[in-house]
Write a protein that binds this ligand. Structure first.
Ligand code: IPE
Ligand code: IPE
Ligand code: MG
Length: 235
């Protein structure tokens, strides 16, 4: 008899290790990213079927622009294809997609695709897949501060109303509950500028599995480890 594993509401994943996965196979980095993208597609589908409400994934950081141009281009093309496939599949899919991060440095066609997909899936009731793209936590925080300052200048809000909840509404993740669990693959134990505000009280889980090898079974293992921990919230 299989045990029933209760999923937390929101799981976040730093999908790391595509490069090492490719290297082990003497493949190009882009081939590694491709394997990573198809892994995400499969995992999101399984997580949706299992009833997970939110899955946030780190796809491209504000620092990843520093990578070789060919790799960045390969990644952008993959993301383009990824978004397009969701657009093509929206009728047979009940997933909602939200993209967090900057939009101003993305190619116009990619930006338009993202906006279209977000609109198209806004009313869906299944899993919300949050894709972090040109995302960095510090970048998100100063953009939020700027948005708030602009609203103050306009007279829409007064500065002394600012508190935790009000500020959270200026973040890209407005309306999305904080993740209970963060998973990072490939053995690295750092946040690399991912959701620093939102992860304040999340449980952190690290695994040596490289992202393209990380399956739904591995996610359930992480969830089991999460349940075995005692969350105290400072109390
Ligand atoms: C993660 O894989 C994907 C992105 C950062 C876009 P990496 O490309 O960082 O893989 P490693 O860390 O080199 O193995
Ligand atoms: C974090 O991975 C970013 C993504 C997974 C998109 P990196 O591989 O870029 O992070 P570092 O360089 O190991 O910190
Ligand atoms: Mg990496």
């Amino acid at each position: 008899m299989g045990d029933i594993i209760i999923l937390p509401e929101h799981i976040a994943i730093i999908m790391d290790g595509n490069g090492r996965w490719a290297k082990k196979r003497l493949l190009t980095k882009t081939a590694g990213h491709k394997a990573g993208a198809s892994n995400l597609r499969k995992l999101a589908e399984q997580a949706n079927k299992a009833g997970l409400r939110y899955l946030s994934v780190y796809a491209f950081s504000t620092e990843n622009w520093k990578r070789p141009a060919a790799e960045v281009e390969g990644l952008m093309n993959l993301l383009r294809g990824y978004i397009q496939e969701y657009i093509d599949d929206t009728n047979k899919n009940d997933m909602r997609v939200r993209v967090i991060g900057r939009r101003d440095r993305l190619a116009l066609d990619l930006r338009e695709k993202i906006e279209y997909l977000e609109q198209l899936t806004a009313g869906k009731t299944g899993l919300t897949l949050v894709i972090a793209l040109d995302y960095g936590s510090r970048d998100e925080l100063w953009r939020a501060a700027r948005k708030f300052a602009a609203a103050c200048t306009k007279g829409d809000i007064s500065g002394d109303t600012l508190d935790e909840d009000v500020f959270a509404n200026y973040l890209d993740t407005a309306g999305i509950p904080d993740p209970q669990l963060l998973i990072r693959t490939s053995g690295e134990q750092r946040l690399s500028n991912f959701m620093m505000w939102q992860l304040a009280y999340s449980e952190l889980y690290y695994t040596d599995k490289l992202w393209p090898d990380f399956g739904f079974k591995d996610m359930l293992e992480a969830v089991q480890a999460y349940h075995a921990r005692e969350r105290r919230f400072g109390g």
